[in-house]
Design a protein around this ligand. Sequence first.
Ligand SMILES: Nc1ncnc2c1ncn2[C@@H]1O[C@H](COP(=O)(O)O)[C@@H](OP(=O)(O)O)[C@H]1O
Ligand SMILES: [Mg+2]
Ligand SMILES: [Mg+2]
Ligand SMILES: [Mg+2]
Length: 349
Amino acid sequence: MLGFVRRIRPVKRYIHMSTLLLAKERAIAVEAVLRASKLCQTVFQHLVSAETISKKDKSPVTVADYGAQAVVNSILHAAFPNDPIVGEEDSSELQQNKATCDKVVDLANSVVDSPMSTDEILKAIDLGMYTGGPKGRFWTLDPIDGTKGFLRGEQFAVCLALIVDGQVQLGVLGCPNLPVELSKPDGERGCLFTAVKGEGAYMRTFASTEERRIHVSNTSNPADALFCESVEAGHSSQGDAAKIASLLGITKPSVRMDSQCKYGVLARGDADIYLRLPVSATYEEKIWDHAGGSLLVQEAGGQTCDVYGKPLDFSLGRTLRANKGVVATNGKIHDQVMEAVRKVLAEKQ
Ligand SMILES: Nc1ncnc2c1ncn2[C@@H]1O[C@H](COP(=O)(O)O)[C@@H](OP(=O)(O)O)[C@H]1O
Ligand SMILES: [Mg+2]
Ligand SMILES: [Mg+2]
Ligand SMILES: [Mg+2]
């Protein structure tokens, strides 16, 4: 029994008034994601320098990854002690590095109400070692999705979702660097997306608790579509994406963006398609990279599936091993997009 988490005081609730289902889960998840997002912002301000970026030194993101996982897991465990967690990180490497570990402890304690010891923080991180699967309820956490974007000072997201009997029921994405309006990159940043299955998708800014319902775009001609894809060529085949775009008659360049922020911009209608096309035959997508984002797009009126048109299957453990890649659209152009995806993949056979 992890007695330490009882010391964390109940968190303030920000519940959308019409939310009936999973109200407590939603409120706790939002609070946990906001606190972890704050930790990530602190790390970026204090630990990321031009030198870090030029040397491809990943240590700041390592500190933020562990710190954010410790914070979210401890808040979840205090509120829902019986819920297992599938988290991306575990503490094994951290235990070998005292200097990094000390930084993680200080950071995590800067955003929780009651300080935790080193041992408590390591235990909180390792609450994330659950294997997932088809039965019961569990959370899945990506403490920083888009680690490369984080280091570049671009997009990243703290991503949390609740899965019950293999179905994603709740998703919360904290996107600290995402412009509130994509067309105003120098304007306000910091967006929090929330979706509960059957209850729609919502967005608020970090600065305000007021939520607004969001919807996918109305684009019905694929040629007019704006599509988004990863920045990293190793995560999604940009060549295949370009061929699919060309088949659809799309002439606008893609929006390249790290992390599940892509699902957020699609859900609020700023983009029409998100393509994630497999680069390697063996890579299995991780459930924490897609659970929250895919629910968000569906609840905003869009559609998601893999490159073969199969629904994403979150019931098989820590990865989406029955799926390959991801296609998400505003729904209205889904069939045309899938036809183009099939053609391009068939040409590769
Ligand atoms: N070969 C690969 N194909 C697809 N995704 C990959 C990959 N290697 C790593 N990733 C995942 O891509 C995620 C980032 O997605 P994106 O490219 O959309 O920003 C990473 O999440 P982390 O940054 O949390 O590790 C990682 O899990
Ligand atoms: Mg990730
Ligand atoms: Mg991550
Ligand atoms: Mg990672």
